[in-house]
Design a protein. Structure first.
Length: 335
């Protein structure tokens, strides 16, 4: 391989790991050829799993450690004892330029703290933001912040607009970024002072990276009129969890409705193609891979409870943002 992308993988973090992690690598590797995986974890457990999927020896390296961050560890305790854990070592690999990015399905709070301890913030960015993909009618939204910051000021929200737009451009190079602020109404007078002041700043300062479209309400997130949605971490996390719960409820109720009667089962059989399309549109595994923006290296958080399909998609996100020069795009446009 000529100059492959190198991904540091915390193999021990999250539910059903490392099995789902190694199987996710297998899925990803079957579709992408120019990737090298630095896999951090217990070699005695990882070796048999890797042999099972027949991953070529020139595509990976195992960096052995028996220690890992537990899901119930507090961020502080994880950081104190974490230097020889799979999570810390994988982040350190990125810090030392042995890997281009890091992916972990482990403890979210610990990942944020350890990443901030090891990696530098991009100059002129005060706070990192957690961003993720969110489907809409015409494509994909980037939504941020989803929980890294409970409180944000005007500069933070403006920075999030720039970082979210850079991420969108890295993932979807042929689309223009259209930014909106999540608010309780679409009128200029709605919202708190921070939202209103941010609106005024974004409205008067034009940026070549994105077009500012004003406010958006929660019920318009999936309309597709904008594709970068900016909010504070408190509001964004609630919106995300509400959307995930609603999607799971709709999918579950639809399945129950089709299974209740013979007529329902026949209808499902007749419409199986459309139902699969509907299910895929709401399947969170296909949008797995949140990005901690603001650090000078890419840090990707896979959902802890996802399966190998979801983990493979987080690797896919990782590969795309490296190829899309995400960090450079943010550095060139940040104020």
């Amino acid at each position: 391989m000529n100059n492959p992308i190198k991904i540091a993988v915390d193999a021990m973090g999250g539910e059903n790991s490392p099995e789902k992690v190694i199987n996710g690598i297998h899925i990803h590797n079957n579709n992408i050829k120019d990737i090298f995986y630095n896999i951090f974890g217990d070699q005695n457990i990882l070796d048999p799993l890797i042999k099972k999927i027949k991953l070529p020896e020139n595509k990976y390296k195992i960096i052995h450690t028996t220690n890992k961050i537990e899901d119930n560890d507090s961020p502080l305790s994880a950081a104190k004892r974490g230097r020889d854990t799979s999570m810390w070592m994988s982040i350190e690999s990125v810090k030392n330029n042995h890997s281009d990015a890091i992916v972990s399905a482990g403890n979210t709070g610990a990942l944020f703290v350890i990443a901030k301890l090891n990696l530098k913030m991009i100059e002129n960015i005060d706070k990192p933001a957690l961003s993720a993909l969110w489907p809409n009618k015409s494509g994909m939204n980037i939504v941020l912040d989803l929980g890294a910051n409970i409180e944000c000021n005007e500069k933070n929200l403006i920075d999030f607009s720039l970082m979210g737009s850079a991420l969108h451009k890295s993932l979807f190079d042929n689309e223009d970024a259209k930014v909106a602020l999540l608010n309780i109404g679409s009128e200029e007078i709605k919202g708190n002072n921070i939202i209103k002041n941010t609106y005024q700043e974004l409205n008067k300062k034009k940026n070549s990276l994105f077009e500012f479209k004003g406010y958006i309400e929660g019920n318009q997130i999936m309309d597709g009129d904008v594709n970068v949605i900016v909010t504070d971490g408190f509001t964004g996390n609630i919106a995300l969890k509400t959307a995930e719960g609603t999607a799971n409820f709709i999918t579950s109720e639809l399945k129950n409705a089709f299974n209740k009667s013979l007529l329902g089962k026949l209808s499902a059989l007749i419409n199986i193609k459309n139902l699969k399309m509907f299910k895929n549109k709401l399947d969170p595994r296909l949008y797995n891979g949140a990005i901690l923006l603001g650090l000078d290296k890419p840090v990707i958080k896979s959902h802890g409870s996802t399966d190998e399909i979801g983990f493979a998609n987080s690797l896919n996100v990782c590969e795309k943002i490296i190829k899309g020069d995400l960090i450079d795009k943010i550095k060139k446009n940040i104020i």
